[in-house]
Design a protein around this ligand. Structure first.
Ligand SMILES: [Zn+2]
Length: 314
């Protein structure tokens, strides 16, 4: 199925709809699952449809309140990441007066009900691994580990201060003192592995949500993710600078490794680590990147000097 057919399938199944399915299965926790916060990251959408179908047809039980959302359906229909703004930046006090801003206003009351949120994304470039991306604190450490959604977690100290300029979906939930997780599954697009992965984590989250055992106990039964923190940001600089083709997100890199193609301005990695978010913007005939230029050409992440719990949450 293509994205348009998937949107139609979601809309047909969702109650009250059109882009929200709410399941009331009991007075357990309130869980919110979001797919397609970015409109071109459609990989988890089939799994969301399957989940709703299983709930509606009684093959899946959940003794709490579950909301399943298509974040930015207009952008899905257009095959774009966003239309006017980036929806995953505008959960601020005063969202912009544009399509994503209006969508954020619609979604906020649903997110305000969440005890637990999982926002499923995909990356723009090929990725060597699925990964979590969110700040570390003990509660999120336990939930992410118990969910076992990815072997890697790109993390940072939990932000104490509210950033006034942007706010993501998961951050909006965390700012209310609830659990908000973001998981990047794979490179954007539809594929059976992503669908299976998304289905597995959504169902596991529902199991964890109603498990009477402490989340720390459930976390201890799963392997610990490998934590990674930012070690280097490479400013984009001159629009002629470029990475050689085919670099994958999270692939290992070494200090001194040349990341630019033959004949181009030299771009050399300064540290050992893993490449994060290599940028391949569209370019003109002279090979100069077209505006708007990304701020960075790439980043490098490395293991932190100790467990994040000891570094930041002790
Ligand atoms: Zn995304």
């Amino acid at each position: 199925m293509d994205p348009a057919a998937l949107l139609a399938a979601f809309r047909d199944l969702a109650r009250p709809g059109p882009w929200l399915h709410r399941h009331q299965g009991g007075d357990g926790p309130r869980v919110v699952l979001v797919v397609c916060t970015h409109g071109d990251e459609v990989g988890p959408l089939p799994a969301a449809i399957e989940l709703i179908r299983d709930l509606r047809e009684g093959r899946l039980q959940f003794a709490g309140e579950l909301s399943v959302l298509v974040g930015n359906p207009e952008a899905v229909a257009a095959g774009r990441r966003g239309l006017d703004s980036d929806l995953n930046r505008v959960f601020v006090a005063e969202p912009p007066d544009d399509r994503e801003g209006r969508r954020a206003r619609e979604l906020k009351p649903i997110l305000e009900r969440a005890d637990l949120l999982l926002d499923l994304h995909q990356t723009g470039a090929p990725t060597a691994s699925a990964f979590y991306i969110l700040p570390y604190d003990r509660a999120h450490g336990d939930w992410a580990r118990a969910l076992a959604g990815a072997p890697l977690w790109i993390t940072r100290p939990a932000d104490q201060a509210f950033s006034p300029s942007t706010c993501c979906v998961d951050e909006f939930v965390r700012l209310q003192g609830r659990v908000g997780l973001t998981l990047e599954l794979s490179e954007k697009g539809l594929d059976p592995q992503t669908e299976a992965h998304a289905g597995r984590v959504m169902r596991r989250l529902l199991e964890l949500a109603v498990d009477p055992r402490p989340i720390a106990e459930l976390a201890a039964q799963q392997p610990e993710p490998e934590y990674l923190v930012l070690a280097h940001r490479e400013p984009f600089g001159d629009p002629a600078r470029r990475l050689r083709p085919g670099l994958r997100n999270l692939e290992p890199v070494r200090a001194g490794q040349r990341l630019s193609p033959e004949g181009a301005d030299e771009v050399v990695c300064p540290v050992d680590g893993r490449l994060l978010f290599p940028k391949y913007p569209r370019r003109d005939e002279q090979g100069r990147a077209l505006p708007p230029l990304p701020e960075e050409l790439y980043r490098v992440v490395v293991p932190p000097p100790g467990h994040p719990r000891d570094l930041w949450a002790g």
